[in-house]
Design a protein around this ligand. Sequence first.
Ligand code: ADP
Ligand code: GLC
Length: 467
Amino acid sequence: MRILLASSEVYPFSKTGGLADVAGALPEALVKLGHEVLVVSPWYKTLKAKNPPLWIGDEWVPFDNHIETCGIGVLEQNGVTYGFVGHPYFQRDSLYGYSDDVKRFCLFTRAIPQLGARLNFVPDLIHANDWHTGYLPMLLEHGWHMPEGYVRKPSVFTIHNVQYQGNSSLDETLNWLRLPGFLRDSYMNYFGSANAMQAGLGFADKVTTVSPTYAEEIKTTTYGYGLDGTMRHISDKLSGIVNGIDTDIWNPATDRYITQTYTAKSLKKKDLNKQALCQRFKLDPSKPIIAVVSRLVDQKGIDVFIDAATELLWQDWNVFVLGSGEPALEAALSSLTARNPGRFASFIGYDETLAHLVYAGAESLAIPSRFEPCGLTQLIAMRYGNIPIARATGGLVDTISPSETGFLFEHLTVKGLLWATKVARDAFDNTSFWQKMMKNAMSKDFSWERSAKTYVDLYQSITGIEA
Ligand code: ADP
Ligand code: GLC
């Protein structure tokens, strides 16, 4: 099959979170299964690539009542073709966080079929991800000036996070996208304003999210962020497919970013990574480390972790946090670091290389999420023999087996979190039990192969194309 996958971020070229990991790894897994994949994402100023994309020319994109010029970049890597949409909108310091974000990603969405056509890529199916490309299924169905081979193409829309929906004005959005006015009364309309996520839910042939538990949770008011009614309405076409991880990038046996590589058979060697982490951040190496690797945002429950921090030290854990995000959380972590030398340390920022050392060096990873569509950090942690302690929500429930590969707790309160960390801390003192857990965790298969096959089954169910 020929699949066009559209995403606002894709590893290794751009990344703020797990969406990039998925858009980087799923296409490679699909190629291994014999499919042809074009991944389309913006050509950011901050694009990270060994060799920059090859600029193959400009395309005219119908947008906002005029024709906008977008540069087209291409490169190939591991059998996947990557197409990049270049425009001054993406020549900024960050990927997101601007008042015109919806307009920027409407231009991106509008440019996707044009880019595909320029590369002579006629897809059998288009796979859009999150609100940034939420309007793509609607555009395929109703868009004017669409290139040949793109009109009414089957589509899949994947929800990675329902909290971010892309809201804007109805009339402006229809103008940006060059879409007919009657769509004002369609799924794009959320109580009088335009909602990119809801448009994706309504117009795609199939909707997926990144774990079966989250697929159920988003039908409830607690987790639906106002779209629970829509989720219930489209539930016949909604399913959950759990993410994998790139097991070449995340492999303790070959990892170039860690101090000492190791396997389940040479667990002693893992200690050298612990020592390196402790040395760099001046932590006392005699105690187990409970770590966090996370965006510092409300979703991740870091506020609760911070409130529990002092008691975590009393439970005889050392703490290490790698994260960036909300300034108040960053400040609270820096203050805990200053007040607890040797016991609590943090690195405020985004650091890919350090993340590898933290997964390898820490004994445990705390993931106190309010909601977690899938979560990748627990999968990476387990692969490194690092035991996750996580809130029982979303993909965390679907991927962690309590007391076998990790620990789960129900209530996101200081008490709930500390209950689980205490159980884990006691388990850590039982060396043979803990080692067994490490081995269990490391032996789990979190590769993309199985999930990629599930996506292929789904693609086949709507295209009717066999293999
Ligand atoms: P989300 O996408 O909601 O942020 P995931 O668990 O799906 O959560 O994915 C997070 C990804 O981002 C993981 O690959 C994790 O290692 C990485 N990550 C998060 N914060 C940082 C950071 N400060 N430095 C380096 N990597 C980070
Ligand atoms: C989102 C979710 C996270 C998920 C990731 C990739 O960022 O917050 O749980 O793992 O997308 O699907």
